[in-house]
Design a protein around this ligand. Structure first.
Ligand code: KIV
Length: 283
């Protein structure tokens, strides 16, 4: 039997791990708590508080300094997916399928989604798109791959839409977004991320779609919420309107680095307690 790191991380997980089916069943019960994660130590800290951890393609912007998510590739997602699965014991881990890895055909989507699950140990994939992706979502879910949809503002379509502005702020924009959410749910998605839409539209979609709607910039009307962890911790420079900063980790890091630099320059660090002595030495 293989003992690759992949096998160890999957086998080590206890049975109480959250599943896509459980998340689907949370519609209309308790609010679903979701955050992004890209690395093991962060996943381990988030895990016990979250129902779902998303290895988002936002990793490209947050960790790699990219201008958009479009440059992220599947190998990067798999690498971070493995890291997150090593840290997550109870939350459902979902891997984002990056731009260009699922849109061409349902077969391409299956091939890459299967890699994302089998090489990481994650429990589901996420893909962006509405009615045009419904057939693909059906193909994946009928073949054992749980899918989290993503409609409304879709960052991988930033060029087609001409920016990251909120959607559905006038009623004439509503219908296609409602149809997108319904099509993805009807195709078998266990839940749908709804990003960057006005509150009344979020309320209507949440009421009319039979699976949980996970909001980001989509008001409190949704069945659950997701944020990029680095945004809500104050670690990422961009601060959209919908992000509440629950900490100012970026400021704390700068303070710590300034203190470290000062102590290195003044020779206050390392002190006695950080210094190895020779074995058997008296002093
Ligand atoms: O990539 C990501 O982090 C996401 C969330 C913001 C929903 O898609």
């Amino acid at each position: 039997m293989s003992t690759s790191p992949k096998d160890i991380s999957v086998d080590a997980r206890p049975k109480r791990q959250q599943t896509a089916k459980n998340i689907r069943g949370m519609k209309g019960t308790t609010p679903i708590v979701c955050l992004t994660a890209y690395i093991t130590p962060m996943a381990a800290r988030l895990d016990k508080h979250c129902d779902l951890l998303l290895v988002g393609d936002s990793v490209g912007m947050v960790l790699y300094g990219m201008e958009s998510t479009l440059g992220v590739d599947l190998d990067t997602m798999i690498r971070h997916g493995r890291a997150v699965c090593r840290g997550a014991k109870q939350a459902l881990v979902v891997i984002d399928l990056p731009f260009g890895t699922y849109e061409e055909s349902k077969e391409q989507a299956f091939r890459n989604a299967a890699r994302a699950l089998s090489e990481t140990g994650a429990g589901a994939v996420k893909l962006e798109g509405g009615t045009e992706m419904a057939e693909t979502v059906r193909f994946l879910t009928h073949r054992g791959i749980p899918v989290l949809g993503h409609v409304g503002l879709m960052p991988q379509s930033v060029h087609a839409h001409g920016g990251y502005g909120a959607r559905g702020r006038t009623v004439d924009e509503w219908q296609p977004i409602i149809e997108d959410a319904k099509a993805i749910a009807e195709a078998g998605a266990f839940a749908v991320v709804l990003e960057g839409v006005a509150e009344p539209l979020a309320r209507k979609i949440t009421q009319e779609v039979p699976v949980p709607v996970i909001g980001i910039g989509a008001s409190h009307e949704c069945d659950g919420q997701i944020l990029v962890t680095e945004d809500m911790l104050g670690l990422f420079a961009i601060n959209p309107k919908f992000v509440k900063r629950f900490a100012e980790i970026g400021r704390d890091i700068e303070g710590a680095i300034e203190a470290y630099a000062g102590e290195v320059r003044s020779r206050a660090f390392p002190a006695e307690e950080h210094t190895y002595k020779m074995r058997g030495a008296n002093s």
